[in-house]
Design a protein around this ligand. Structure first.
Ligand SMILES: *Cc1c(COP(=O)(O)O)cnc(C)c1O
Length: 413
C-alpha cells in the first residue's frame, strides 16, 4: 500500500497533486511520501511484535537526511555500508549504537570512525577483515563487537546483480569457513563475537528463501554456541520485495508468520535490515516530456530525466510503472521512454503501452523511492534532481536541485 493515487484525473501524493509539485519545484523531481515510508516501518514492526527484534533501515536504499530522520524518530536502527552513511545517520539524529556496519571493503579509517561512535557491531566478510578490525580496536584500546556474515548458499530467485546469498557472490563466508573464523576470533583480544548475519539478496518476493536460509542458520548458531560463542543477536538481513509490476510479495504479516516460529528458536534478538521494502513504494520520479519523436520504426517519448537520475532500468533491467501526472483523454501510444543522455542504455521503458501523452506533460515513474536518487550521478554534467518530502498536505524540499556551480565547485581547471 502506498499513498500515491489518482483522484479523478490527477495523481496525488498524500494530499498534494503531483503536477503542482512538478510546477512548483521543476523536474526531474523525486517525491517522497513520508506516511508511506512510516506505514511500512510500522506494519513490519507490529507484524514482528511477537519476536524480540530491531529493524535496521538499510541506509543505502535512500539516505536522504529527512528519510533517515523519519526512521530514527520511529525508533529504527540502521544498516550502514560506509562510514559516510554512519555520518549521515548521526547527522539525522539516528543512534549510532543501533547501527550495524556491513560491506566487504571497510578501510582502517572507517573502522576507527565506527568504533569511536560505538556502533552495535561490524558485520565481517573475511578473516583478513576481522584481523584488521582487531588491530584497529587494539590501537584504540577498545573491543569491537562483530558477526561473520554467512553465505547460506540459497538462491533468492532475483536478478543476478542483486542476489547475494549463493557461493558465486563476493559476499559472506560459507558455513565451514565462517566457523573457522569464529574459532580464530577466540584468540584475538580486541574483538568479541555476538552475532551471526546473513543477507541473501534483494527484491525477494516469496518467503521460501528466508525459510531455507534461516533453517541452515539455526544449525550453525547451535554449533557456535556449543563452541562457547555468545550469540546474542541473529541478523537475517534485508531483501523483502515490493511491487513494481505484478509481483505478489508477502505482506509483513505473512512474512512474520512464515519465519517467526523458527526465529524464536534462536533465543536471540533478531535484526532485520530492510531497505527497499521501507522506502521503495514511498517515492516516485517525476519527469517532463520534452519531445515525442516518431521514426519509421519506433516512437520515442523523450523526457527530461535520464539514467543519471534513475539507473535501475539500465542497470537491472528494472520495470517501473509509468503514469501521467494528469490523465488526458485520447488515444494511447506504444513507445520507448528515454532520457537526454548520450547512451543507448538511457531508457526508462521499452515498447511500453502508454496512455495519451503530449510534449510538456509531467509523468511519474512509480516505486522509485529505493535505489533511485542515491544511485544518481552528474553524468553529462547534469545537476541532480531535487527531492521533496510530502507529509499530508505539507511539502518541503529535502534536497535542493543542484546547480552548475555545485558541480564545478570541487574542481580546479
Ligand atoms: C543492501 C543491503 C540490505 C538491504 O537490502 P534491501 O533489498 O534493500 O532490503 C540489507 N543488508 C545488507 C547487508 C545489504 O547490503
Amino acid at each position: 500500500m502506498h499513498r500515491f493515487e489518482f483522484r479523478k484525473r490527477r495523481l496525488y501524493c498524500e494530499e498534494v497533486p503531483v503536477d503542482t509539485l512538478a510546477a512548483t519545484y521543476g523536474t526531474p523531481l523525486y517525491v517522497y511520501s513520508r506516511n508511506t515510508m512510516l506505514d511500512h516501518f510500522t506494519r513490519l514492526d507490529s507484524a514482528l511484535a511477537g519476536i524480540d527484534h530491531t529493524i535496521c533501515f538499510a541506509v543505502k536504499a535512500n539516505s536522504n537526511l529527512a528519510v533517515l530522520r523519519t526512521f530514527a524518530r520511529a525508533g529504527a536502527g540502521f544498516d550502514i555500508v560506509s562510514a559516510g552513511e554512519l555520518y549521515r545517520v548521526i547527522a539525522a539524529g539516528g543512534d549510532p549504537r543501533k547501527a550495524v556496519f556491513a560491506g566487504v571493503g571497510k578501510t582502517e579509517d572507517e573502522i576507527a570512525f565506527a568504533l569511536g561512535k560505538r556502533i552495535l557491531f561490524f558485520s565481517v566478510e573475511s578473516d583478513v577483515e576481522l584481523a584488521r578490525i582487531n588491530a584497529v580496536a587494539r590501537r584504540l584500546k577498545t573491543t569491537a563487537r562483530f558477526c561473520i556474515r554467512v553465505n547460506p548458499n540459497v538462491d533468492a530467485h532475483t536478478h543476478k546483480y542483486i542476489t547475494t546469498g549463493t557461493h558465486e557472490n563476493k559476499f559472506g563466508l560459507d558455513f565451514a569457513t565462517a566457523g573457522k573464523v569464529y574459532a580464530a576470533a577466540g584468540r584475538m583480544k580486541n574483538v568479541r563475537a555476538v552475532v551471526v548475519q546473513m543477507h541473501i539478496g534483494s527484491q525477494i518476493t516469496t518467503t521460501r528463501p528466508y525459510q531455507m536460509a534461516v533453517g541452515k542458520l539455526l544449525a550453525f548458531v547451535a554449533g557456535l554456541r556449543a563452541l562457547g560463542v555468545d550469540v546474542q543477536y541473529v541478523d537475517i538481513g534485508g531483501g523483502m520485495g515490493i511491487v513494481y509490476r505484478d509481483e505478489t510479495p508477502p505482506t509483513p504479516v505473512a512474512f512474520a508468520n512464515a519465519v517467526a516460529g523458527r526465529l524464536k528458536e534462536f533465543g536471540a534478538t533478531i535484526l532485520f535490515e530492510p531497505g527497499r521494502f521501507l522506502v521503495g513504494s514511498g517515492g516516485i520520479l517525476v519527469t517532463r516530456v520534452q519531445y515525442i519523436k516518431k521514426t519509421a520504426h519506433k516512437t520515442f517519448v523523450i523526457v527530461d530525466g535520464g539514467m543519471n537520475d534513475l539507473i535501475r532500468p539500465a542497470l537491472y533491467e528494472a520495470y517501473h510503472e509509468i503514469v501521467p501526472c494528469v490523465r488526458r483523454a485520447g488515444k494511447g501510444l506504444v513507445a520507448d521512454v528515454v532520457g537526454p543522455i548520450c547512451e543507448s542504455g538511457d531508457f526508462f521503458a521499452k515498447d511500453r503501452a502508454l496512455p495519451a501523452l503530449k510534449a510538456g506533460d509531467a509523468i511519474a515513474l512509480m516505486s522509485a523511492g529505493a535505489y533511485g536518487f542515491v544511485m544518481s550521478s552528474n553524468y553529462n554534467t547534469r545537476p541532480r534532481a531535487a527531492e521533496i518530502m510530502v507529509d499530508g498536505a505539507k511539502h518541503r524540499v529535502v534536497r535542493r536541485r543542484e546547480t552548475w556551480d555545485d558541480l564545478l565547485a570541487p574542481e580546479r581547471g
